[in-house]
Design a protein around this ligand. Structure first.
Ligand code: PLP
Length: 383
């Protein structure tokens, strides 16, 4: 185990969230009372575990306004995305080969990887929809691409780096006009924004427990495809992870009840952090769309200061992220910031933060002080 002195102030809630103690209680209950195999429905021990999964499905469905029978429980959003791709491709390859995928440039790597493997297999051609400097999607370009013929449209509900929120209702409408299926990656949005799977006419929506104060190892694919025509859709492959999925259900229930008040409070904390940082570092650039971003999200760039130097100067007092990805052993700026066309100096100086429901106002104030000090020290070291 890695030794840890005092833990940093945690501001990396886009990466994952701490687990709500009430969710932990549900997971613990599932581990002790619900240890049965949910496939062993011959006896009450198995049926009890199966009942916990049914309850989880109902809670996922409530959160995104779907029917429980639309919900396939999975081990993660990544698994749900892969399953959605298998299903969409198997449906559409019967009509056209390769299928036409229309996707935003700023999708998560889980979606990008699924697209890349469909392309490599010769099953898909892709039309990319560009974003502007605030990571806003060009809906006219999306409309044109769908008008030209599309099979699957992939747009996330909210971006995992800069927090920009997308009008997924409009995306589903445009896709439907062009006869395309939709894959809405709601991993960052679920439990933070109102989602309406049914009303929007969504084909596939994915979500993940660990982004909403739930455990890792649990996610869901919500799909309108009738159960009987779900080639490739496997619900809970292998013996389901009942504790994680039961915890996911509880996390969804709590988000449904508390999302509005929690997000209002987080917006206040995030704004406090942003104001404090801008006061100390006036040339700090706030990225993303300030009018349409997740209320807990703050993405900034420090001009001319590489983010790895800021991280070094922070000395683990605050947990935040650079958003860089490791490619061939080297750290590269994120594809999202590149797609936004940010100048290289702003890509290199990017810092991604997101506050969470367990952060206090004092912590956020202290984090702002630590981050500002680290930036000033980094600037001094470069001078
Ligand atoms: N999609 C988005 C937008 C994400 O932010 C993430 C995780 O960071 C994923 C998909 C993958 O989620 P999971 O960790 O559940 O596979």
């Amino acid at each position: 185990m890695v030794a840890r002195s005092s833990p940093p102030i945690y501001l990396d809630h886009h990466a994952t969230t701490p687990v709500d103690p009430r969710v932990i209680a549900r997971v613990t209950h599932a581990m002790s009372e619900g240890f049965g195999n949910p496939n062993s429905t011959e006896h009450s021990v198995g049926r009890y575990a199966a009942g916990m999964l049914d309850e989880a499905r109902v809670e996922v469905a409530h959160l995104v306004k779907a029917d429980a029978e639309n919900v396939c429980l999975t081990s993660s959003s990544t698994a749900a995305i892969r399953t959605a791709f298998t299903h969409a491709l198997s449906l559409r390859l019967q009509r056209r080969s390769p299928v036409r995928i229309v996707a935003s440039r700023v999708e998560h790597s889980a979606v990008l990887n699924a697209i890349a493997s469909a392309e490599r297999a010769g099953h898909a051609d892709v039309v990319w929809i560009e974003v502007d400097q605030k990571a806003r999607l060009d809906l006219d370009a999306l409309r044109c691409a769908c008008f030209d013929g599309a099979d699957l449209v992939c747009v996330m509900a909210a971006n995992n780096e800069v927090g920009t929120i997308y009008d997924t209702e409009a995306v589903c409408e445009i896709a439907a006009e062009g006869g395309a299926l939709t894959l809405i990656d709601a991993t960052q949005a679920a439990g933070r924004l109102a989602l309406d799977f049914t009303d929007w006419g969504t084909s596939y929506m994915v979500l993940s427990a660990h982004k909403m104060y739930g455990p890792k190892g649990a996610g869901a694919l919500v799909t309108s495809a009738p159960l009987s025509s779900r080639p490739g859709i496997v619900q809970e492959e292998g013996t389901p992870n009942v504790p994680a999925l039961a915890g996911f259900g509880e996390a969804c229930r709590l988000r449904r009840l508390e999302m509005h008040s929690d997000e209002t409070r987080l917006c206040g904390l995030r704004d406090k952090l942003q104001t404090a940082l801008l006061e100390s570092i006036p040339d700090l650039v706030v990225n993303g769309d300030p009018d349409h971003r997740l209320s807990h999200s703050l993405h900034v760039s420090v001009p001319d200061v590489p983010n790895d130097l800021v991280i070094t100067m922070l000395n683990d007092r605050v947990a935040l992220s650079t958003g860089s990805a490791c490619h061939s052993g080297a750290m590269e700026p994120s594809h999202v910031l590149r797609a936004m066309g940010l100048p290289v100096t702003l890509q290199d100086g990017a810092l991604r933060m997101a506050v969470g429901k367990f952060n206090t106002a004092d912590e956020v104030e202290l984090a702002a002080t630590y981050i500002s000090e680290a930036i000033l020290r980094a600037r001094a070291a470069l001078a």
